[in-house]
Design a protein around this ligand. Structure first.
Ligand SMILES: [Zn+2]
Length: 285
């Protein structure tokens, strides 16, 4: 098994974590936390930039072949100075990995976009005969209405150079996009859970099978330090909403003893209570 792909059972479902490559993550820049607060406890993860993965999740369950987020390792030039690693070559992409698993594009029944940040949706369409069409022709794509409205209000849907204009917009025009308000049942024990903060309509995917619970967290946390320090978050996002969402989620995850996959934290995890609060622990599938 590749280090970039992990599979494990969750009740009757099979979960696959597929990394499409790493980004550069400079926590000093990203979180904007004063040095006096991160030193000395978090020196190792703040003093130099980290490499963090971009992980998509595939959920196979009876009657379901669902993807959580759909990215390709192809980013705007503006990312070069901040998020890209000089000289980095990414591993095989999502489509190759699905192919290795025997999953064809036609097989995917649902695609959930946790939030409208480029790394989570830029693989939603592909070019065919000069026109953008859904990468997964039979899938319903689920995005929160709040994220769509925010992109629309900021003009990002209309800008030809913006990823949304050749992914989310064609999905909507071709009738493949479902805009979701709040929590939403997808059936088969799978539910979208509203988790605003990172974006106005950021959403989690909750999967329950045979008593086991998994949450796909999107960018609720980018790194385990944000679990321990829930007031630390990416500069510029909605602070109050993030703190509220994280507090409620941590209680739920602990109560449910849930397994967790965050897009940018490698592999599988769980939350655990500590004397100071909550921490992330890595779990071996
Ligand atoms: Zn992200």
């Amino acid at each position: 098994m590749s280090e970039y792909v992990q599979h494990f059972p969750l009740g009757e479902a099979t979960i696959s974590i597929i990394s499409i490559g790493d980004l550069r993550w400079d926590q000093q820049e990203a979180l904007g936390v004063p040095e006096s607060e991160w030193r000395p406890r978090y020196t190792a993860s703040f003093e130099q930039p980290l490499q963090i993965p971009i992980q998509m999740v595939h959920i196979a369950a009876p009657g379901v072949s669902l993807l959580v987020d759909v990215g390709v390792y192809d980013y705007p030039a503006s990312w070069a100075d901040t998020l890209l690693i000089p000289g980095y070559t990414p591993p095989p992409g999502l489509m190759e990995r699905l192919g290795e698993m025997g999953v064809q594009p036609e097989d995917i029944s649902q695609v959930v976009i946790t939030h409208a940040h480029t790394d989570h949706f830029n693989g939603a369409t592909r070019l065919e005969g000069g026109r953008y069409v859904p990468t997964f022709p039979h899938a319903r794509y689920y995005l929160s209405r709040a994220d769509w409205d925010a992109l629309d209000a900021s003009g990002w849907l209309q800008r030809p150079d913006a990823p949304a204009s050749h992914t989310l917009v064609p999905l909507a025009e071709q009738g493949a996009l479902e805009l979701v308000d709040g929590d939403y049942e997808l059936g088969q024990g799978i539910r979208l859970v509203s988790a605003p903060g990172e974006t106005p309509g950021h959403q989690l995917v909750r999967v329950e099978s045979a008593g086991q619970v998994l949450y796909c967290l999107g960018d609720l946390y980018h790194h385990p330090v944000e679990v321990e320090q829930p007031t630390w978050m990416q500069v510029g996002i909605d602070r109050d909403a993030t703190i509220r969402t994280r507090a409620a989620f941590a209680e739920t995850a602990l109560t449910e003893d849930a397994l967790l996959i965050a897009t940018h934290i490698p592999g599988l995890g769980r939350l655990t209570r500590t004397p100071e609060g909550v921490a992330w622990v890595t779990v071996n599938p």
